[in-house]
Design a protein around this ligand. Sequence first.
Ligand code: GAF
Length: 384
Amino acid sequence: MTVADRAAAGFHQVYAQPPAGRWAAPGRVNLIGEHTDYNDGFVLPFALPLRTVAAAAPQPGETWTVWSELTGETVDFGAAEVTAAGRVTGWAGYVAGIVWALREAGYPVPGARLAIASDVPLGAGLSSSAALEAAVLAALADLGGLDLPAEAQPRLAQRAENRYVGAPTGIMDQSAAIRCRAGHALFLDCRTEQVEHIPFDLAAAGLAILVIDSNAPHRHVDGEYAARRNSCEKAAALLDVPALRDVPTDNLDDALARLPDDETRRRVRHVVTENQRVYDTVDLLRARQIQQIGPLLVASHTSMRDDFAITVPEIDTAVEAALAAGALGARMTGGGFGGCVLALVEADHSDTVANAVTDAYARRGFTAPTHTTVTPAAGATRLD
Ligand code: GAF
């Protein structure tokens, strides 16, 4: 059964009625631009063909009921749970967070029944939480006839995650889940939220993106993410700029000289050089030179490993093995401390690269990785 069929079947089973509609939102990989979003910088994600689907129908009053195929659990909440942040926890907190954020922004949110099914793996760094937020947001906005343009939705979903769930993430994942276009990468300015859809036709160039899930256990992800964000914000204050995005690349050495310690200098160097790599990647894609972006992906990975210190041995092993097997470029994608690696490969070479990574894992005694090739898909949409 497709994910959309599973959502509809779950809805029927739990509520003994058909849904009024189904809304889908994708997971994402980030081609380049890591930990730049909360520094007001630039990112270049694209949406995955893997999606989360919310089947939904209105229900009377200020009450919400949500079922998930993942746990088989049904969670109910009412106005009391969405007047203050954090009252619903676990996976349903992302749903309650969207209701909370909509209400906070003054929207009259309709009561609703929802059934959620998903093909986006959890904990793989492919943004399953943003896919859930975006699918639920699209469903509630349509059911309530809310005047909520797509451009305004990522900030609202991010607020749900930051304030209701309590995860201090930036705006990349929600923007990707909502605003991506099929066949394109999303060049997003995280300060202005301006986007440019950059054509990313891998097949025409004879290329593929291989996504390798490291299957590494996530280690201290939340605490380390918050710590990186804090160092960046402290560094921006020391440099007397609103955000690290405001440190120009050609001024980097001066900026670094004004910082008090080596660790802070490394964090800043990652963010400033990563923003530049996003620009350089976009320039190459605009010139239809996809195969030339490999060295930028590799430089991004090195910077995440050595300066931002967010990789783990399984991830570095995957990148090294992919490159040794002929990948044109490879890097970790997402927040770090586990998750996925993406490799740019010649289309007919993706099995060779994937097998080389599997062999390298076996040699190191790591849990076997999993892999898939992906093409850029569309953002959130109503299915029916
Ligand atoms: C996670 C966050 F949710 C994003 O906002 C972003 O910071 C990313 O890590 C790192 O680039 O996915």
